[in-house]
Every structure is written in C-alpha cells, then in structure tokens.
Design a protein around this ligand. Structure first.
Ligand code: AMP
Length: 282
C-alpha cells in the first residue's frame, strides 16, 4: 500500500494505472475507520483493479459551531487497517493541499442540500458535494463508494453526478451496524457508556417504523408520531429531525405508496447521530 499526501504524486501513480486500462475504485472517508468503512473498501476491491481510499477531515462541511476540531482522528491505526484490507493507495492530503486558496467555486444542490439534515446543518452538503467533486477530479475513479447510512449524502452525490455528467459510477453500500443495531459511526467513540445505551433507541425506532410500513400502514404522520414518542421518551436523546421520504429523491411522502426511506437525526449527549432505514409498502 502506498500513501500519498499530494495531489501530484497520487495523480502520477494513478495515471500509470489508468494508461494500462485498469479500473479504479474510490472510497472517500474522514478516517477513524470502522467496519462500515471497511465494507466499502471490500466492495471497492471486489469490483475494481485498484482501490484508493482518501482520509480527509474536510473543514468546509463543518459549521464553526460543529465538531471539526474534536472529530476523532487516528492516522496510524487507519493506515494499518487499510494495509490489512488490501488497499492499493491511501490519499491523506492536508487542508493546505486541498484548499491552497479560498474557494470561489462551490457546488450547492437546491433544494436537495437544504432539506432534512441540510436544515440542521446549513452549508454542510455544499461542503460535501464540493470536496467530493474535487476528489473525483483528483482520482478520476471508475466507481466511488458511499454508505447508505448517510442517505442524503448518497442522494446528493448521485444527483450531482447526474446533473454535471461526471463519468463516475456511484455505488451505495448498506449500513453496517453494531450487534445491538446502532449504526457504526466514527462519532460513536464520543458517546459515554450511558449515551451509548440510549443511542440504541434510534435504530430500534427505525426498525419499528419500517415494520409498520411493511405491514401496510400508509399514513406517514401516524408512523412518525409513534416513532417520535418512542425516541423522546429516551433520556439523553434530543430528536433533531425525523422524516419519511421518497427513497429516490427525498421528496416528503404523506401516503406511503412507494419505496421510502425513514431518516433520523438526533443528539445523543454531545454527539449528532444519524441513521436511516429503507422500507417498501406491503
Ligand atoms: P465518514 O468517514 O463518516 O465520512 O464516512 C465515509 C464513508 O463511509 C461514507 O460514505 C459513509 O456513508 C460510509 N459509512 C459510514 N458509516 C457507515 C456504516 N455504518 N455502514 C456503511 N457505510 C458507512
């Protein structure tokens, strides 16, 4: 496995691979890797000749009040995990390398980037779409891998690629969970033991909501009310958003008559957690 800190060095290495017609799979991450990230890596390796993982905690997707400075980081451990996982190249640019000058060009999706988590985190998806576009231009991957856990992010990236004719195939990977259902996240490490217990309510409520939909309940408001009651009853959990949306474009759904995704955002102790579950009506 080779590690590259600069765009030029990575491009030179990948240019040689590309000339020989080899496919490149890209897995963008912010590091502090867990089994969810490694599942993306596994898929990328299975479907491409070369697998590139980027590790970059992107400052432009964090608001000043958010957790950029306390976001967990452990580069040595991440590199060891990726080497064990058979990754070919790791791209670990510093902030200066990615943003040598203030950007005048950014990508914003309207309304997709402003709804749901975009309301809780204004500007977040513009930061994400712009850095992912930069990574696509730097790596020029054949395929890029994103987790369904960050469902709105996956939808934003798919739409950006469609809108701007970016020649990359986007692959969504199902959420990897802890044994008790909690979606794996780098931020879980910041949960106290008590918060960690409380956080289970999110995946449980999602599971129950999906079960109601799959059993034929079609009134979204009724399902959301039951889920809300379950979540707000859990001490230490502050519900920030809970929605049932069209699984393709995240449009709000009142009567569930098509595949949907149930999306939750909640603060558990000091940590903002998100989770999702897709469901099809009976
Ligand atoms: P992050 O490092 O949190 O930016 O995540 C990097 C990529 O891993 C994103 O595409 C995430 O959606 C994906 N990811 C994070 N957690 C999980 C998980 N539990 N299961 C599957 N994919 C995940």
């Amino acid at each position: 496995m080779e590690r590259y800190d600069t765009i030029d060095a990575l491009r030179a290495a990948l240019g040689r691979a590309r000339q020989t017609g080899r496919s490149i799979g890209l897995v963008p991450t912010m590091g502090y890797l867990h089994a969810g990230h490694l599942e993306l890596v596994r898929r990328a390796r299975a479907e491409n000749d070369i697998t590139v993982v980027s590790i970059f905690v992107n400052p432009t997707q964090f608001a000043p009040s958010e957790d950029f400075s306390t976001y967990p980081r452990d580069m040595e451990r991440d590199l060891a995990l990726l080497a064990q996982s058979g990754v070919d190249a790791v791209f670990t640019p510093g902030v200066e390398e990615m943003y040598p000058q203030p950007l005048q060009t950014t990508i914003s999706l309207k309304p997709l980037g402003d709804i749901l988590i975009g309301k809780v985190r204004p500007g977040h998806f513009s930061g994400v779409a712009t850095v992912v576009a930069k990574l696509f231009n730097i790596v020029q991957p054949t395929r890029a891998y994103f987790g369904e856990k960050d469902f709105q992010q996956l939808t934003v990236i798919r739409r950006m690629v469609d809108d701007l004719n970016v020649p990359v195939e986007i692959v969504g990977v199902p959420t990897v969970r802890e044994v008790d259902g909690l979606a794996m996240s780098s931020r879980n490490v910041r949960l106290s033991p008590q918060d960690r217990q409380a956080a289970r309510v999110l995946s449980k409520a999602l599971f129950e909501g999906a079960a109601m939909i799959e059993a034929g309940e079609s009134d979204a408001a009724g399902i959301l009310a039951k889920m809300t009651a379950r979540i707000v009853a859990e001490p230490g959990v502050t519900l920030r958003s809970l929605d049932i949306c069209d699984a393709r474009d995240l449009a709000p759904v009142e009567t569930i008559d098509r595949p949907v995704v149930v999306l939750v955002t909640a603060e558990v102790g000091p940590v903002l957690l998100i989770d999702q579950r897709e469901a099809r009506p009976a």
